[in-house]
Ligand binder design. Structure first.
Ligand SMILES: [Zn+2]
Length: 178
């Protein structure tokens, strides 16, 4: 089932999500619906709070895309490789890198360049409750940082300058009036 994705400036996107205590059928169904929604929207990640569930669960699939030299994400025809991560925790390392991002919760396909860390170590649980530990760099590291931010009520536009944010907000207001 495709779920509606909350859109900025919806205040619910600012809520802090709670850890998952028990992986129930309801959680498994939500994970499957989140993946379906993410693929339908052609996103590479989605966090539970974006679909109105304030629990620490994210889904990611970066396999069908690659990053071009210009930093764009393009389809590479690879088969999908969905990841469901429950209670993800990141620790950061490596340099600060520039990342051009968009978000399914930020309207008008707005994109901006934000700072991220080059590498992350991830600890999480799988949908079966098995521990997952991995080191990530490249697009996976960026995507993990973006999605985990959602669990703490943070959006990528929080990293841009006030001037850029005000320009973006003004463009949204214009659209609403039109
Ligand atoms: Zn997002």
């Amino acid at each position: 089932m495709i779920l509606p994705v909350l859109q900025y400036p919806d205040e619910r996107l600012r809520r802090k999500s709670q850890p998952v205590d028990e992986i129930t059928d309801e959680i498994r169904e939500l994970a499957s619906n989140m993946l379906e929604t993410m693929y339908d929207e052609e996103g590479i990640g989605l966090a539970a709070p974006q679909v109105g569930h304030f629990i620490r669960m994210i889904v990611i699939d970066i396999s069908p895309c690659y990053e071009t030299e210009e930093g764009n994400v393009e389809d590479n025809g690879e088969p999908p490789m969905p990841m469901v991560l429950i209670n993800p925790e990141l620790s950061f390392s490596g340099a600060t890198v520039k990342s051009e991002e968009g978000c399914l919760s930020v309207p008008n396909s707005y994109r901006a360049t934000v700072p991220r860390r080059e590498k992350v170590s991830l600890k999480a649980l799988s949908l079966d409750g098995d521990p997952i530990e991995l080191e990530a760099d490249g697009m996976l590291a960026i995507c993990l940082q973006h999605e985990c931010d959602h669990l703490d009520g943070k959006l990528f536009i929080d990293y841009i300058s006030r001037l850029k944010l005000n320009l973006y907000k003004a463009s949204l207001r214009k659209l609403v009036k039109a």
